[in-house]
Design a protein around this ligand. Structure first.
Ligand code: SAH
Ligand code: SF4
Length: 340
């Protein structure tokens, strides 16, 4: 049965040919194989495809959630965009490129309310079930005949605010009789819910961790990520020092670059001072801000991002620049706003 669900998914319970007809009929009345209904797919010129799903069911009004399928072609990777899978540096993948990365959602909207993020502007509209989270991955088998090589919890929502469902989904993704992903091919990103992240890491020590840093000082981070009032940069540094990621792995620190806000000389100085003691434990992903309707923030110039990259790199910290994939269809980081 797991095979039908995860390896060769079928469209209806009637196709579970190893089960008796009467059991199939019973099951069909009790469960649904497709908890999400695909309403639209939008393809950007760079080959990135956004999937917009409608969630039906118990949460009252219908909501839309999104996942993003990103093919990685080495050809479109510039000199500093040298790493595979859009910022994911995979053990065993050095110098190669993961073929497909899927960015999935963990919640409908998000309660954290980061001022630069389209999902944050929605507020929290509802939680996803583990089945709805996993289905975003399984559905790729139906759409593309292949599972992604890497799954990123970097779509809509704060994964640590839907803890039980995210843990169950990761369990299913990494269980060898279910989707069978190597844990290192699953990466969970948080805006800084460190207590739950520590619990998550104890349970899934080999799953990749990413934390959205986004500033060089608490003052600026407070203004960008309200959660910094609870878990500030000092807490973040001590969390990173306290954990043992899987051998050879680092914690990824994401840094959305907002022109004139967190790319100023003083922010970069403070950032480097923060990162220095963490060298060898972290790698930094610089993500040029992707414009969001009605938000005042501005994208940085390429020069400013390259300069930041160079300053961080010469301080001995591993740093990458993330390509702005999917911009043409508002599928890039932080542009997911559950609209079709
Ligand atoms: N809630 C989690 C995961 C989803 S957000 C988190 O915040 O980490 C995934 C990434 O997108 C985060 O690093 C976030 O800082 C970044 N992001 C949000 N809005 C963005 C925007 N408009 N442009 C670029 N990156 C953005
Ligand atoms: Fe939520 Fe992440 Fe967006 Fe912040 S950046 S509002 S935590 S989805």
């Amino acid at each position: 049965m797991l095979d039908f669900l995860y390896r060769h998914p079928v469209g209806s319970i009637g196709e579970f040919t190893t089960l008796s007809k009467s059991l199939r009929e019973k099951l069909a009345g009790a469960m649904s194989l497709a908890p999400l209904v695909l309403r639209a797919t939008l393809e950007a010129p760079d080959g990135t495809i956004k999937h917009a799903y409608e969630v039906s069911g118990t949460r009252g009004r219908k909501a839309v959630l999104e996942s993003v399928w990103m093919p990685s072609e080495p050809a479109d990777i510039g000199p500093v965009d040298e790493h595979p899978a859009d910022g994911v540096d995979l053990p065993g993948f050095e110098g190669k490129h993961a073929r497909h990365t899927l960015c999935i959602s963990s919640q409908l909207g998000c309660a954290v309310g980061c001022g630069f993020c389209a999902t944050g502007a929605l507020g929290l509209q509802g939680q996803l079930t583990a089945g709805e989270i996993v289905y975003q991955v399984v559905h790729c088998l139906i759409l593309y005949g292949a599972l992604p090589d890497v799954v990123l919890f970097m779509g809509m929502g704060e994964p640590m605010h839907n803890f039980q469902a995210v843990c169950a989904a990761v369990e299913i993704m990494t269980h060898k009789e279910a989707l069978g992903f190597s844990s290192r091919r699953v990466i969970v990103s948080t805006s800084g819910e460190l207590e739950r992240l520590a619990t998550f890491h104890r349970r899934f020590p080999r799953v990749g961790l990413a934390i959205s840093l986004n500033a060089g000082t608490d003052e600026v981070r407070n203004a960008l990520i309200p959660l910094n009032a609870k878990f500030d940069m000092r807490a973040l540094a001590s969390f990173i020092c306290s954990i043992e990621p899987a051998k050879g792995d680092n914690v990824t620190l994401e840094y959305v670059v907002l022109a004139g806000v967190n790319d100023t000389p003083s922010q970069i100085r403070a950032l480097v001072a923060f990162l220095r003691p963490l060298a060898g434990r972290v790698k930094v992903n610089l993500i040029p801000f992707n414009p969001v309707e009605d938000l005042e923030y501005k994208s940085p110039s390429r020069e400013s991002v390259l300069k930041m990259h160079e300053t961080i790199r010469s301080a001995g910290i591993r740093v990458f620049v993330r390509r702005n994939r999917g911009r043409g269809v508002t599928a890039a980081c932080g542009q997911l706003a559950g609209k079709m």
